[in-house]
Design a protein around this ligand. Structure first.
Ligand code: HEC
Length: 271
C-alpha cells in the first residue's frame, strides 16, 4: 500500500513542479488568479493533459492518502477531484475560451481535459456534472454542415462553369464540374434529406431529377461530342427546374448561362 502510494505521489510531485515551471517561464505568469499567464502553455505535460497541475494535486493527495493508509484522506481526495473538476469545467475553461478564443478551442480538440483515454466512468461523471458549456462543448459543434442555400449557390456556379467548359471543348474541366455537381447533390441528400415546404423529401427528388442528366453528361464528355453535350446540359437544367418545382420552389428558374462572369479562369483547354 505504501509503495503504491509512493508510486503515485512521486510522479505527481514531479509533474506538478514541471508544470509550474512551464507556467512561470513559458506562460509568463502564475497559476494564481491575480497573475495569470499571458499565453496558454501547451508544452511538456500540457501536451497530454490540459490540467496537469490540478491532476497532479489530485493524484498527489490520493497517493499520500494511500501512503498513510488513510481512508479519510481518500475521501478528501475524491472531494478535491470533484471540486477541481467543477472549477475547471465551469469557471476556468469558459474563461480561457473567452480570453484566448479559437487557438484555445483548437487546443481543447487536440488534448484531453484530464488524461488520454480518460476512463468511461469519468466521462459519465463529467457529463452528469457539466451541463454548462466548458470548452469541450465549444469544440463539439466543430462539424460544419453547409446550408441548402449555400450548396445551391455552389451548384449554380458549377452549372455555369460546366456550360462554358463544354462550349470550349475543355472536356477535362467539364468532367470535373460534373463530378462537383454530383458531389453537391449528394451533400443535399446527406445534410438536407428533407426541406421545409417541400412535400417530397429531397433525398428522393435528387436521384429522380439528377441521376439521368448526370449520366448523359458523362457519356457526352466521354465522347467529346458537343451536340450530345448540349442536349445533356439542357436535360440537367430541366432536372434543376423540375426539382425546384417539386420542392415548391418553382419561382426559382435556372437556364443556360448567356455570359461568363468568371473572367479570371480560362475555359479553353490548355495547349
Ligand atoms: C433536390 C432538388 C434540387 C435540385 C436537383 C436542384 N435544386 Fe436548386 N434548390 C432546391 C431548393 C429546395 C432550393 C431552395 C433552397 C433554400 O430554401 O434555401 C434551391 C435553390 C436554388 C437556387 C437559389 C439560390 C439563391 O440563393 O438564389 C439556385 C440558383 C439553384 N437552386 C440552382 C440550381 C441548379 C443550377 C441546379 C441544377 C444544376 C439545382 N439548383 C438543382 C432544390 C434543388
Amino acid at each position: 500500500m505504501e509503495l503504491l502510494g509512493l508510486l503515485i505521489l512521486a510522479p505527481a510531485v514531479l509533474v506538478h513542479v514541471w508544470s509550474f515551471a512551464l507556467f512561470l517561464f513559458r506562460g509568463r505568469g502564475t497559476p494564481l488568479p491575480f497573475a495569470p499567464p499571458t499565453q496558454f502553455v501547451t508544452q511538456g505535460p500540457y501536451r497530454y493533459s490540459r490540467n496537469p497541475m490540478a491532476l497532479s494535486v489530485i493524484c498527489g493527495a490520493a497517493g499520500l492518502s494511500l501512503y498513510l493508509r488513510s481512508p479519510l484522506g481518500l475521501v478528501v481526495s475524491a472531494g478535491l477531484a470533484l471540486t477541481l473538476h467543477l472549477w475547471v469545467t465551469r469557471i476556468e475553461e469558459p474563461g480561457l475560451v473567452r480570453r484566448f478564443g479559437e487557438p484555445y478551442v483548437g487546443y481543447c480538440r487536440r488534448v484531453p481535459r484530464w488524461l488520454p483515454g480518460t476512463p468511461a466512468i469519468a466521462v459519465v461523471v463529467s457529463l452528469l456534472l457539466s451541463p454548462l458549456p466548458g470548452c469541450q462543448s465549444a469544440s463539439r459543434d466543430e462539424s460544419y454542415a453547409p446550408g441548402l442555400g449555400e450548396i445551391m449557390s455552389l451548384t449554380q456556379m458549377r452549372h455555369l462553369k460546366l456550360w462554358f467548359a463544354g462550349r470550349a471543348d475543355n472536356w477535362a474541366l467539364a468532367a470535373y464540374e460534373t463530378d462537383e455537381l454530383e458531389e453537391g447533390f449528394s451533400d443535399v441528400v446527406r445534410f438536407h434529406p428533407t426541406h421545409e415546404g417541400s412535400p417530397t423529401p429531397l433525398s428522393r427528388l435528387v436521384p429522380e431529377f439528377t441521376a439521368g442528366p448526370i449520366e448523359a453528361l458523362r457519356s457526352a464528355i466521354e465522347h467529346r461530342d458537343p451536340v450530345e453535350f448540349t442536349a445533356a446540359y439542357d436535360s440537367l437544367t430541366r432536372g434543376c427546374n423540375g426539382c425546384h418545382r417539386a420542392a415548391a420552389f418553382s419561382f426559382n428558374v435556372v437556364e443556360r448561362p448567356s455570359a461568363n462572369p468568371y473572367s479570371n479562369q480560362r475555359f479553353q483547354p490548355p495547349r
